[in-house]
Design a protein around this ligand. Structure first.
Ligand code: ADP
Length: 371
């Protein structure tokens, strides 16, 4: 658990550090620009002293004939300051030197512009930073999820392969060591064949999932009597497996679709296999095929444990299996519904998972009728 939490903790620490450092950087820049403004104001005030001393010296040396001379001299040497004459005895006796209003306004404007620039820059950068952090976080979560699912898959696949192989070995050893009558031998052969077909289904599912994952599966569409196909696949799946469920098939006759037979067979087989796996042996499984004006509906229902609202969103993801791999009793790889969903996408059909009214689950597939 610690191992799993570690990337999250490290990510959290780094994120907090980056955000704090960035906020600090923005505040520090805004502060320093305020400081700069104060310093520039002080420089202007100091300049006033210098100008006062300078003007006084010039007046003493009688450099000006009148106040206009002084004003011109002043404007030329101190453009950031202004000189205001009072009503003294002599115009050179009563004057005031101060920073020009325009200089203050300019300074203030400049400071506001700089603060706005830092604030905007900070805002945009913070937005980008958050976007990046969320993006990395999501990727990290996905990676962890994938790792968990892959390890779940490895555990389940090992189990799925080992169990039928062990029982086939046992059946063959029994045939080899014991003299069995014809009936016993036939039962053992049938059971072995069931295990072999389980293994074949498993390998088919894995290969198909890989093809779908890499978009290598190519549909072979032909006009198909879907009614016959559904009945054939249901019997093919149910009969050899000694399934004890009550199976009820309600199929509208002679419904035709231009579709990929192998894909439909795979889809229905996976849905039937789930209905059998996730519902009690004495439960009923309903297979229904019906149409309306523009659609063909194929439904597979069971009277099982049902699927929680949260799981309904997740069951079509690759390797997803509800519950914990260590404690789960049902067999599986989490590939079945991933395959179903992807094949239906290719066929342009939809799938809905519904709660059955009494108890259990209904998978409803909707195909568009041929134009
Ligand atoms: P697998 O059956 O190999 O686990 P699937 O992709 O076929 O993988 O199914 C994913 C999960 O969806 C299953 O682990 C199970 O929890 C849930 N699920 C699928 N079909 C049913 C069903 N008919 N009733 C209840 N749960 C189901």
């Amino acid at each position: 658990m610690f191992k799993r939490a570690r990337p999250g903790v490290i990510f959290g620490i780094v994120t907090v550090y980056i955000v704090a450092a960035f906020a600090w950087w923005t505040v520090a820049h805004i502060r320093s620009s305020k400081q700069l403004y104060d310093e520039k104001k002080q420089i202007l005030e100091l300049l006033c002293y210098k100008a006062t001393v300078d003007v006084r010296g010039a007046i003493d040396q009688e450099m000006f004939n009148d106040s206009n001379d002084l004003k011109m001299y002043f404007a030329h040497n101190y453009p950031d300051l202004e000189i205001v004459f009072g009503e003294g005895a002599s115009e050179f006796d009563s004057y005031l030197i101060r920073p020009a209003k325009a200089s203050y306004e300019q300074l203030h404007k400049k400071q506001r512009r700089v603060i706005l620039m830092y604030a905007l820059e900070g805002f945009v950068m913070m937005g980008l930073l958050f976007w990046g952090i969320i993006w990395i976080y999501r990727n990290l979560q996905n990676k962890l999820k994938l790792e968990r699912q892959q390890s779940n898959f490895m555990l389940s696949i090992t189990h799925e392969l080992k169990t039928p192989l062990a029982s086939i070995k046992l059946y063959l050893e029994t045939l080899q060591k014991r003299a069995l009558d014809k009936e016993q031998a036939a039962t053992i052969v049938t059971n072995s064949l069931t295990d072999v077909s389980r293994l074949r289904d498993l390998v088919d599912n894995i290969l198909l999932a890989a093809q779908l994952d890499t978009s290598k599966y190519e549909l072979q569409r032909f006009e198909t009597n879907i009614s016959e196909l559904v009945e054939m696949v249901t019997h093919k799946y149910i009969t050899p497996r000694n399934i004890q469920h009550r199976v009820n098939i309600e199929v509208e006759k002679d419904v035709f679709l231009t579709t990929d037979e192998a894909a439909i067979e795979m889809i229905l087989t996976n849905l039937l296999s789930n209905a059998v796996k996730y519902s009690p042996a004495d439960g009923k499984i309903d297979i229904q095929l019906r149409t309306d004006n523009s659609h063909v509906f194929l439904c597979v229902s069971d009277e099982g444990q049902g699927i929680s609202a949260q799981d309904k969103e997740l069951i079509f993801s690759k390797f997803y299996r509800s519950g914990d791999e260590q404690t789960r009793k049902s067999k599986g790889t989490g590939l079945g519904l991933f395959i179903v969903k992807n094949l239906l996408n290719l066929l342009g059909a939809e799938i809905k998972v519904k709660d059955k009214q009494t108890k259990g689950t209904t998978f409803e597939l909707t195909f568009k009728k041929d134009a």
